[in-house]
Write a protein that binds this ligand. Structure first.
Ligand code: IDP
Ligand code: MG
Length: 149
């Protein structure tokens, strides 16, 4: 089953939005497969955001993501990568559709609360960057038959 990597960024943790974000994924029916809280090390941040290394905002981005604890999660379900990106909304909260997490809780592109993998390939890479073997769990949920036919 498809999995995605979702991370509540330091601003989301500081602002008490962890529960709101988890609740949206839970209520929609996605399955939580991994969850942990930690502070991202600079070396890991630079790998995670490696595609942005040459961008003018890169140093600020690394400072932001390493500035405090994050809550990292693996969510699982049909088409979860694309669906989660829609639930997050556009990178810039000013451009995100109403009702999305970033439009509901955010104002500024540099404080956009949450990360979500942009493709299934990115999800695999990001999950293996942030989670060790055994930290992503496989288990049955009785409710699954009521969520997808
Ligand atoms: P994404 O998080 O929606 O995938 P990306 O373009 O991959 O967006 O950018 C990664 C992160 O870098 C964004 O979530 C945001 O925190 C930050 N970022 C992107 N563009 C800017 C910018 O123009 N100014 C400041 N921060 C930015
Ligand atoms: Mg991205």
């Amino acid at each position: 089953m498809e999995q995605t990597f979702i991370m509540v960024k330091p601003d989301g943790v500081q602002r008490g939005l962890v529960g709101e974000i988890i609740a949206r994924f839970e209520r929609r029916g996605y399955k939580l497969a991994g969850l942990k809280m930690f502070t991202v090390r600079r070396e890991v941040a630079e790998i995670h955001y490696g595609e942005h290394r040459e961008k003018p905002f890169f140093q600020g981005l690394v400072a932001y993501i390493t500035s405090g604890p994050v809550v990292a999660m693996v969510w699982e379900g049909k088409n979860v990568v694309a669906a989660a990106r829609e639930m997050l909304g556009a990178t810039d909260p000013q451009k995100a559709l109403p009702g999305t997490i970033r439009a509901t809780y955010g104002i500024d592109i540099g404080r956009n609360i949450v990360h979500g993998s942009d493709s299934p390939e990115s999800a695999v890479r990001e999950i293996s960057l942030f989670f060790k073997d055994g930290e992503v769990l496989t288990y049955d949920r009785a409710v699954d038959a009521w969520i997808c036919e």
